[in-house]
Design a protein around this ligand. Sequence first.
Ligand SMILES: [Zn+2]
Ligand SMILES: [Zn+2]
Length: 206
Amino acid sequence: MEETVTRIKPKNSGTRPLFDNPILEKLSRTHISVPITIYLVTSAVLGWYAFTYTQMSAGWIGFLFFAGIFVFSLVEYATHRGVFHMDTDTPVKAKIQYTFHGIHHEFPKDKTRLAMPPAAAIFVGAALFGVTFLLLGEASYAFFPGFLVGYSGYLFVHFIVHAYPPPKNLFKKLWVNHAVHHYKSHDKNYGVSSPLWDYVFGTFMK
Ligand SMILES: [Zn+2]
Ligand SMILES: [Zn+2]
């Protein structure tokens, strides 16, 4: 029963189906450009709505947009740490953990499993926007685009890390950080798009 993600050895290539049903299996994969395009178009539409149909000033819209990016980075950290690397002490938890994230740790180079597939993301995104709207009202038209841009940035960094050798630019540090998470210690460096929250919560590893 002690099967935790830390015990799964990463494989350098290959993949494994998650579902027997071929349609579900196909829906569980995506090319990274598909979700990134969907999120950026959605944030552009919401931002346009904020400027056109609300009374919010440009300064306030800009502030909310950056607040959305900032909050996303914390959600990214908390989800990766608390959900994707949850305890796998029961078979049900182990199955959920493997489906959401363990499979990525086993096949880190499978480029079709680097993002939540759009079929699932549409429901998660709609629910998240609903919650944001209940909490913030019309401010969510500026905040949520920031959140989606933060998420797109995370997806982009995550793709670069797994699809390419270490780049010789500012992404190099992020590349190394995430490689440490995969190949050295699964309970360090939960932040992919930035190491900020790893510094704050003491989970950063060089
Ligand atoms: Zn990864
Ligand atoms: Zn992980």
